[in-house]
Design a protein around this ligand. Structure first.
Ligand code: DX5
Ligand code: ZN
Length: 224
């Protein structure tokens, strides 16, 4: 699979969200990253299933919904019904391994793929034995909660390590990286094995998001 870019609407101008989404779609972004925060799992609030539902008829992009919620089981069904194409939960939000597997099952019951995310301080080893239950792993390259932070350099090494575990457990799984991705550093996660790159500020904060997407893609390809 080629590299996929996933602009994050957290950095978009919410007073004209529909236009912002169309803009990145026309610029060739394949995925749209939608961050959901509950003020508990992370110290911030963001969107709700209503936003997913409102944007759904506006776009054909793949809706990549990232749940930073303490009790994702309460909201998975609503996000799926609102039009999510993939739902990612956090490993840290489940009580135990059975809890993680139950979340994957709940997402799959809606006939959509499931992702599992780990925060920067969570070691890759904690995913051992869980990868065959998911279609995607989302590696956080900043502490979740806010856009506009800097890429944590150790993430690159972490992705490479994850790649080894994936080769043993589920070679088909996609690796997504989220946080602080810019044109200057995008080749790093890609060279380590990332397939999907989330970019908030570096796309929506740019004067011309279409140009930003083109440069991100060009530089990402150099990492392969
Ligand atoms: C952070 C979010 C990210 C965020 C990335 O908790 O999960 O998706 O929007 O934003 P940038 O690209 O600005 O770091
Ligand atoms: Zn995210």
């Amino acid at each position: 699979m080629g590299i996929k870019l996933a602009p994050s609407i957290l950095a978009a101008d919410i007073t004209k969200l529909g236009d912002e989404v169309r803009r990145v779609e026309e610029a060739g972004a394949e995925w749209l990253h939608l961050d959901m925060m509950d003020g508990h799992f992370v110290p911030n609030l963001s969107f709700s299933p209503q936003v997913v539902k409102a944007l759904r008829p506006q776009s054909k992009m793949f809706f990549d919904v990232h749940l930073m919620l303490s009790e994702p089981e309460k909201y998975i069904d609503a996000f799926a019904k609102a039009g999510a194409d993939l739902i990612t939960i956090h490993l840290e939000s489940a009580e135990d391994r059975d809890g993680v597997l139950a979340l994957a099952e709940q997402i799959h019951s809606h006939k959509i793929p499931a992702g599992i995310s780990i925060k920067p301080k969570t070691p890759v080893e904690d995913l051992t034995g869980l990868l065959s239950a998911f279609e995607l792993v989302l590696v956080m390259s900043v502490e979740p909660g806010f856009g506009g932070q800097s890429y944590i350099p150790e993430t690159t090494e972490k992705i490479a390590k994850l790649k080894e575990l994936i080769n043993q457990e589920n070679p088909e799984i996609l690796i997504e990286v989220d946080g602080g991705i810019t044109a200057d550093n995008i080749a790093l996660p890609v060279s380590a094995g990332a397939d999907v790159l989330v970019a908030g500020s570096s796309v929506f904060g740019a004067k011309n998001p279409a140009d930003a997407i083109a440069v991100l893609r060009q530089n990402a390809t150099k990492g392969r």
